[in-house]
Design a binder for this molecule. Structure first.
Ligand code: SF4
Length: 375
């Protein structure tokens, strides 16, 4: 039965839309401006103008996240996820729909990646779909797992952009691919009533309730996310969940246990294709930026070591302890067809947590492919 969900929509926080002059007549731009209603619009005529004057980075991010730039992607939309060779990677493909996010998680890695504070969305969707068609036809044997949530949240701006409808309908008959829309919102209206053909997985990042409340600003509550997931399941979508980043904090055991209890109380387990776990990891630059922007957050003060990819991580013993604890809880409740996996860890950690390494099951990409192909 459909549940009533009171939704927080992060796109409501946008106070100004900037449009590159060569995109003003693009039909996607026109649709977005029509949906945005009374939000003021400024046409940007040159490169210099594109840089918003909202003070020095990174403090400018708080203001910048309220400004949306509509422009053209002049580079590539579709690329392999930039995993690192030092850790086991899931062979994901990234569809770059835009940059930055109207929500504001303290740990968000984008704060250290970007040098522009504003949000951007690429309106030349026809080029994006063209790239996908080309890639599918160039490699007809390949199975593609594609996600749009690498440089932004997949649904945070969807009320304005309507992109999910375009992508879900495009993917519906692509039997060699699945699209994963990953979000911390409950903005799912555009997904209702679509003929998705089972080719779209809707995914949520989950965390301990106290982390959601304190460190994930302008995101939907856990209850809202899970109610949205239950609605998507009732519309026939498969689901995925990501415990990432797992953060060490006082009461972490109870926190993650409560979230897992809530997950399986609200969502049908047979609809879950995969669940990932990944402990907090970050580029050194992030700690300084986040501490400056969010001085009351404490979790960066824990002890970290530098990983082989140059990112800070918890010590191995702590990572293993947290993964083992969460995995045990998940294992009790998860459908046996759901693939539970680790994001960016090595064989030693896999062995300690699961008692096997991915190669024994054909490799992580194969494990994930099987999880969606056999359901
Ligand atoms: S929802 Fe994701 S992309 Fe948005 S601020 Fe949080 S971590 Fe960053």
């Amino acid at each position: 039965m459909k549940r009533a969900v009171k939704r927080q929509d992060p796109s409501d926080s946008i106070t100004m839309i900037h449009v590159e002059s060569d995109c003003i007549d693009h039909p996607v731009t026109k649709d977005i401006l029509a949906r945005a209603g009374h939000v003021p619009v400024k046409v940007v005529t040159d490169e210099k103008n594109r840089m918003l004057d909202v003070g020095p980075y990174p403090n400018s991010l708080s203001q910048g996240k309220r400004h949306l730039l509509l422009g053209r992607n002049r580079g590539k939309f579709f690329k392999p996820c930039p995993g690192t060779k030092e850790y086991i990677c899931c062979d994901y493909q990234v569809l770059n729909i835009g940059m930055n996010c109207p929500m504001d998680c303290v740990y968000c890695i984008l704060q250290a990646y970007m040098n522009n504070p504003h949000l951007s969305f690429f309106v030349n969707v026809e080029d994006m779909l063209g790239e996908l068609i080309q890639a599918f036809s160039d490699s007809p044997e390949q199975f593609w797992r594609i996600g749009t949530g690498e440089f932004t949240d997949s649904l945070a701006l969807d009320r304005l952009t309507g992109l999910s409808r375009i992508l879900v309908e495009f993917m519906r008959d692509k039997e060699s691919a699945v699209l994963e829309l990953k979000t911390k919102t409950a903005v799912i209206d555009n997904l209702e009533g679509l003929n998705h053909g089972g080719r779209t997985i809707v995914a949520w990042s989950l965390n301990s309730p106290v982390i959601v409340k304190k460190e994930e600003i302008r995101t939907s509550s856990l209850e809202q996310r899970l109610a949205a997931a239950a609605n998507c399941a009732s519309w026939g979508y498969r689901l995925a969940f990501h415990f990432d980043p797992i953060i060490y904090h006082p009461g972490w055991q109870e926190g993650y246990r409560d979230t897992i209890d809530l997950l399986f109380a609200m969502v049908p387990k047979d609809k879950i294709a995969w669940i990932s776990m990944g402990c907090l990891r970050y580029l050194p630059a992030l700690k300084k930026i986040a501490s400056q922007r969010f001085p009351t957050s404490r979790f960066f003060q824990e002890e970290f070591i530098e990983g082989l990819d140059g990112k800070a991580r918890y010590f191995r013993t702590l990572r293993v302890e947290m993964y083992q604890y969460i995995y045990k809880l998940l294992q009790r409740k998860t459908d046996p067809r759901t693939c539970i996996y680790l994001c960016m860890e090595n064989n030693e950690i896999w062995q300690a947590v699961f008692g096997f390494i991915p190669e024994e099951k054909g490799g992580l990409p194969q494990m994930l492919d099987m999880a969606v192909r056999r359901q």
